[in-house]
Ligand binder design. Structure first.
Ligand code: FE2
Ligand code: FE2
Length: 322
């Protein structure tokens, strides 16, 4: 047994710990019922269908990151303070995974939620493909001793999940919120997105440190494998995006957003962009524009964050149990 030593507080790991804590939030503090009117009046059937499916897909990916990704990466992390950061991030993944259900609970029936999460997620081929692809890297960490190469590649997979392939799902809630539709749900999605921003950045930073310990041959092999994975996931994202967004005519815009985020994932890993730079839809820029919303990467809570911690005053009655 060893003891974590937080005495050293002047480095990046401590900065990431502090920022993760500062961003802490829980789903139940958002009043999603405020979105019911917008849900029934602003969206048509196809739009509601796409919205439900992107949230169901995100639920699957956040569940995987909380159950598999973060615990397994943490298991093979030497610095115990970094392990603490991974554990905290893993806990937030569970809050993310739960928060989509919080939205569903307010907007759709239980039977429909059950169908989406229990059946649609498991039956969607592209969603399962990306989950399995990422998971194959995580599962290489499921043993006591693991080489640096597999430790590095698992982090690459994690950064690709958090900085890249989540975003075909994030696009639509942001797109709607940018137009004043489903704004409370949109605020939850932005909290998740801000978390993923810092998660991808931290994991990328950790990956880059491991990369330095690889041999020249391993580095070259890792680079090739990374680009292969990037493009493999890209092809799959295009099919997934077409499947979800064709019915509302947004496929091309989501594709641009995926490419933009693929470049961001590469930047987190210390690589230049792969895809050509394109301007994003101004509605997405607007949804991401934090200046009017008291809400940016380094601020603590967003404007939709209304109730602090759901704390109820204790009453004498609370102690009568019959
Ligand atoms: Fe997450
Ligand atoms: Fe994450």
């Amino acid at each position: 047994m060893k003891a974590v030593n937080w005495n050293k507080q002047d480095d990046l790991t401590f900065m990431y710990w502090r920022q993760n804590i500062a961003q802490f939030w829980v789903d139940t503090e958002f009043k999603v019922s405020k979105d019911i009117k917008s849900w029934t009046e602003d969206l048509n059937d196809s739009e509601r269908d796409t919205y439900k499916k992107v949230l169901a897909g995100l639920t699957g990916l956040d569940t995987q990151q909380g159950d598999m990704g973060m615990p397994l990466v943490s298991l093979h992390t030497e610095d115990m303070r970094k392990q603490a950061v991974y554990s905290f991030m893993g806990m937030m993944e569970q809050i993310h995974a739960k928060s989509y259900s919080t939205i569903f609970t307010s907007l759709i029936s239980s039977s429909e939620t059950d169908y989406l999460l229990d059946e649609w997620v498991t039956a969607n081929k592209e969603l399962q493909y990306k989950a399995e692809k990422i998971n194959s890297y995580y599962m290489k960490l499921f043993k006591p001793q693991v080489g640096k190469y597999d430790q590095y590649m698992a982090r690459v997979a994690s950064v690709f999940l958090e900085s890249y392939i989540f975003y075909s799902g994030f696009f639509y809630p942001l797109y709607l919120a940018g137009q004043g539709k489903l704004t409370t749900s949109g605020e939850i999605i932005r909290k998740i997105l801000l978390d993923e921003t810092i998660h991808g950045s931290f994991t990328g930073f950790d990956a880059q440190e491991i990369f330095q310990t690889l041999t020249k041959e391993e580095q070259e092999k890792a680079e090739k494998e990374m680009y292969k994975l990037l493009l493999d996931l890209y092809q799959n994202e295009l099919v997934y995006t077409t499947d979800l967004y064709d019915q509302i005519g947004l496929t091309d815009q989501v594709k641009d957003y995926i490419e933009y985020n693929a470049n961001r994932a590469l930047a987190n890993l210390g690589y230049p962009g792969y895809f050509e730079h394109k301007d994003l839809n101004p509605i997405i820029e607007n949804a991401m524009d934090t200046s009017t919303k008291n809400h940016d990467f380094f601020s603590v809570k967003g404007d939709g964050y209304v109730v602090s911690m759901n704390v109820e005053q204790l009453e004498d009655d609370d102690f009568i149990f019959e």
